[in-house]
Design a binder for this molecule. Structure first.
Ligand code: GDP
Ligand code: MN
Length: 384
């Protein structure tokens, strides 16, 4: 789950990270009122869950309450990168001397949290990593010890931060680490952290991503979840507790179990095809769940064929077959299917499929070969 800038900043602020004064506005009148309260130039910041809002016109600097109201009426209701803007963060404008980057995420190589910083902030950190990797400092945080002062100090020295700001930098990085830990985040980022003209550090932007598997520990956040920037298929899948990830190929996959789903994608690739998605329906899936999964797969216009691979244990093959038949009665499609069902109630499952004229395969290899062939033929027929 991605948090809005205003939510991240609220959390940061609770962890001793300085942020500009400001509030949320959902109308031009609100924006005007907040600008009057702040009584100085303000920035209007579109609260949409996309990166690079600045370049896309989602950040406006204004000098007066009247101007705040005018600009707010232009941004509210408009779209930034296809996402409608419903709320603005109205904050006191800051005089920037330098923009810095700090962020932390999970580093799978070291099996710990990685804190990175760069004196070149405000821009895409990926871009800095490409063009001048030497300008990025890194620190691994031991999960048992937490972030230590000396580590943050080393990082401050590495990015050539003025010595007078080191104490503040240490406090901010530790606050970021606490925010990251307490909220079960997979990413916490301040880009830019700025050095102001009067020599202070302040977080001008904030971004956090919370591990969805830990959301049950943060019910207050679930309530505020904004799904307007999420892929609609993934939202739909989530409703049915299906693990679905959209990929770039054209063979739709429906599998029970994450390991088997991975193996299925591998064998498709091995046979020269490309999976359109990862989809794990989990153990003991009902016909309704199978039907929902198939509906999601068939909604993807890239899908040219479907491969279903079920290893029946607690999942019953006949139940899966009923789900498949049900959805194909509802959605008329000429997309070819190949189904491999083995295990619990396999015979009953195959009978249901045969009665619906659906093709089955005995082995996964056979099914994968057939799916790849189907995808090529289908693509060919629909071009010529
Ligand atoms: P993003 O584009 O979505 O990452 O939005 P940011 O909040 O990072 O803002 C983008 C850029 O706008 C920053 O890097 C700054 O250069 C600029 N900006 C944002 N707030 C202020 C401000 O208060 N004063 C000034 N001068 N520039 C700002
Ligand atoms: Mn930013």
């Amino acid at each position: 789950m991605r948090l809005h800038e205003y939510q991240s900043k609220e959390i940061f602020s609770n962890h001793q990270i300085p942020v500009p004064r400001g509030r949320l506005a959902s109308s031009p009148e609100d924006a005007k009122l907040i600008a009057e309260e702040l009584n100085r130039p303000v920035v209007l910041k579109a609260q949409v869950l996309v990166g690079g809002r600045g370049k896309a016109g989602g950040i406006r600097l204004v000098k007066s309450p009247g101007e705040a109201s005018d600009e707010a009426s232009k941004i509210l209701g408009s779209k930034i990168k296809e996402i409608p803007v419903r709320r603005l963060l109205v904050e006191e404008a800051v005089n920037i001397q330098q923009e810095i980057y700090i962020g932390m995420t999970i580093d799978r190589d070291s099996g710990s949290t990685l804190l990175i910083a760069s004196g070149e902030g405000g821009v895409d950190i990926e871009e800095v990593a490409r063009t001048s990797p030497e300008k990025i400092g890194r620190v691994c945080v031991d999960p048992l010890l937490g972030l230590k002062d000396y580590q943050a100090r080393n990082l401050a020295a590495e990015i050539e931060l003025p010595r007078s700001l080191w104490r503040s930098f240490i406090s901010i990085t530790k606050g970021l680490y606490q925010s990251y830990q307490e909220l079960d985040a997979t990413l916490a980022e301040i880009n830019p952290l700025v050095i102001t003209a009067d020599g202070r550090l302040i977080a001008l932007d904030g971004k956090m991503i919370i591990d969805d598997n830990a959301l049950f520990r943060h019910p207050d956040l679930i309530e505020k979840q904004d799904l307007s920037a999420e892929a609609p298929e993934e939202i739909e899948a989530h409703k049915f507790s299906l693990e679905y990830i959209k990929l770039s190929g054209n063979i739709g996959c429906l599998v029970n179990g994450a390991g088997l789903a991975m193996a299925t994608m591998d064998i498709i690739q091995h046979n020269g095809g490309q999976p359109a998605n990862f989809l794990d329906i989990g153990g003991g899936a009902s016909a309704e769940k199978v039907a929902a999964a198939l509906r999601i797969i068939l909604q993807d216009p890239q899908v040219k064929t479907v491969l279903i691979n079920i290893f029946g244990g607690i999942t019953r093959c006949d139940e899966v077959a009923i789900g498949i038949k049900k959805i194909l009665d509802q959605i008329k499609t000429d997309i070819p299917f190949i189904i491999r069902l083995v295990g619990t109630n396999e015979k009953e499952g195959r009978e249901i499929l045969a009665s619906a004229n659906l093709e089955t395969a005995d082995t996964l290899q056979e099914a994968a070969q057939k799916a790849v062939k189907n995808s090529l033929e289908y693509a060919h027929e629909h071009i010529s």
